[in-house]
Write a protein that binds this ligand. Sequence first.
Ligand code: FES
Length: 105
Amino acid sequence: MANWTRLAHIAEILPGERMTEWVDDLPILITNIDGAYYAVEDKCTHEDFELSAGPIDAATATIECVLHGARFDLKTGEALCAPAYSPVRAFTLKIEDDYLFADLE
Ligand code: FES
């Protein structure tokens, strides 16, 4: 069953921007890549470092962890290279009344 949680107004995250929203103790990295929004847990699965500190490759919709170089797919959360092997949580998003909602189920 879906658990839709409001994250942010879409005007807060323009194309090329990112932000991290906390829902209780869960950090969620929201990105806007050319108008498409993605949300993943803002925690590298290698050593729990914050992913939001790393560079985003808009062409591939991936983010690199600045600590040791693991890369993750922002669409799926998949870990794409060592030293991370487990995916980060990726959240389904919807927009209602210009607000982004994530399904945190
Ligand atoms: S903490 Fe992210 S690659 Fe090591």
